[in-house]
Design a binder for this molecule. Structure first.
Ligand code: ASP
Ligand code: MG
Length: 413
């Protein structure tokens, strides 16, 4: 058994769906689960729909029309015969969506029961298209197998139930199913967090003891930097699970952070490959660590704020102060990306989210002196050398640096 995952960019229009059809035609006789996300940027459009519904009801029709029109255009191109069953199925989904919209309780719950329609619609279109073009497959409603708790928008997997249900499902031919969503014990739709489809693929991989899992992307594999920040970025051919987790911890976004653990637990290899060049090798993520230090990786996180905090009474920044500050951070829901302390001050770096930062500052400014620099970038270099550091920090102002054996981090402007 193999698991494939196709994200939004790989199903953004009719042409891309045809491309997936051609990739999958090579696997027609394999046991394969295909996990698919919502098309293109549709999840954002669904977020807009739910926000309109909650905060500006006059915009609901416009938001809904945008979603319907986007999918219709793709449908017309893929299914010129307007009598095709897919039109009935999509209309039925839109009808269900409208029903849910009338049934609003609380925001997070409503969010989950609406946003996941992006995946239900995309997989319905793709499954029908594949069957139409000779790639026999069955559509699986993932809500019947991925069971979660009711923490809407960040639902946690009930592994025992999910493993049992995924194990019991039938896999006679290729199975096409939804990423990102699941169901709670009351049959309400839940979501696993934005960009969660990679994780869905890993869940299937784990529960089916798959031979491997492949994430198909618009890049050749895992790159050693985001080309937006570093145009000379190159592909990493092999890396360990450990390295993949480290990279995503430091802010790399190629693989969703929750994806690795289930695969690591069963030593299932993860491939990251290009749907534009399906024959090319891509990246393999596996157990061996011996290839990890062959080349440096760079992770840039922008729009950070570096805050230096010192007690007003010139006392040491000791444990009691720290626990006060960290409690305030957690109350403001700020996620700290870097910490450094000296005798008299604690430096913290986090994303400059205005409301949260303001809340945090308000709660500590009575007892602490605050100094900060906005608009700084946090650069992490894995497997660095002094030359690499010199070239990356050249002409930049360095506000802070931190080094361990494998990782060097800089706050720069
Ligand atoms: N469609 C969802 C999102 O855009 C899940 C995913 O793409 O992985 O967040
Ligand atoms: Mg997406």
């Amino acid at each position: 058994m193999k698991v494939f995952k196709f994200g939004g960019a790989s199903v953004k229009d009719a042409q891309s769906i045809k491309n997936i059809g051609s990739i999958l035609s090579n696997y027609a006789n394999d046991k394969l689960v295909v996990v698919v996300s919502a098309m293109g940027k549709m999840t954002n459009a669904f977020e807009w729909l739910i926000n309109s519904y909650c905060y500006s009801p006059l915009k609901v029709t416009e938001a809904l029309n945008e979603i319907v029109d986007f999918h219709n255009e793709i449908l017309w191109e893929l299914f010129p015969d307007k009598g095709h069953i897919v039109y009935v199925e999509i209309n039925e989904l839109i009808y269900q969506l409208e029903q849910v919209l009338e049934d609003y309780e609380d925001y997070d719950k409503a969010y989950d029961s609406i946003v996941g329609f992006g995946e239900l619609i995309s997989t319905t279109i793709i499954s029908n298209y594949l069957n139409e073009t000779g790639v026999a497959n069955e559509w699986l409603d993932v809500r019947k197998v991925i069971q979660t708790n009711s923490e809407y928008r960040q639902a946690k997997i009930d592994w025992e139930k999910t493993e049992e249900l995924i194990g019991k499902a039938e896999y006679k031919s290729i199975v096409v199913t939804q990423g990102f969503i699941g169901s709670d014990s009351e049959n309400n739709m839940t979501t696993l967090g934005r960009e969660g489809s990679d994780f869905s693929a890993a869940i299937f991989g784990y529960c089916l003891n798959a031979e491997d899992v492949t994430i198909w992307k618009d890049v050749p594999g895992v790159l050693n930097a985001d080309p937006k920040h570093y145009p000379e970025a190159t592909k990493i051919d092999k890396m360990s699970y450990r390295e993949a987790i480290e990279l995503s911890y430091y802010g790399a976004t190629v693989i969703h952070p929750k994806t690795i653990k289930p695969l690591e637990n069963k030593e299932i290899p993860l491939y990251v490959k290009s749907f534009l060049n399906p024959q090319a090798e891509g990246t393999i993520v596996q157990k061996l660590t011996e290839f990890d230090d062959l080349q440096p990786s760079y992770i840039f996180i922008e729009d950070q704020i570096l805050v230096s905090i010192s007690p007003k009474d010139f006392s040491f920044i000791a444990e009691d102060n720290m626990s006060f500050i960290f409690a305030a951070l957690s109350a403001a829901k700020l996620k700290v990306n870097l910490v450094q302390n000296s005798a008299l001050s604690l430096s913290l770096c986090f994303k400059n989210e205005e409301k949260k930062v303001k809340k945090f500052f308000e709660s500590i400014k009575k007892s602490f002196l605050l100094k900060y620099n906005e608009n700084v970038t946090l650069l992490t270099i894995r497997h660095y050398s002094e030359e690499v550091i010199a070239s990356m920090t050249n002409n930049k102002q360095i506000y802070l640096e931190q080094k361990s054996r494998n990782t060097a981090r800089f706050i720069l402007k």
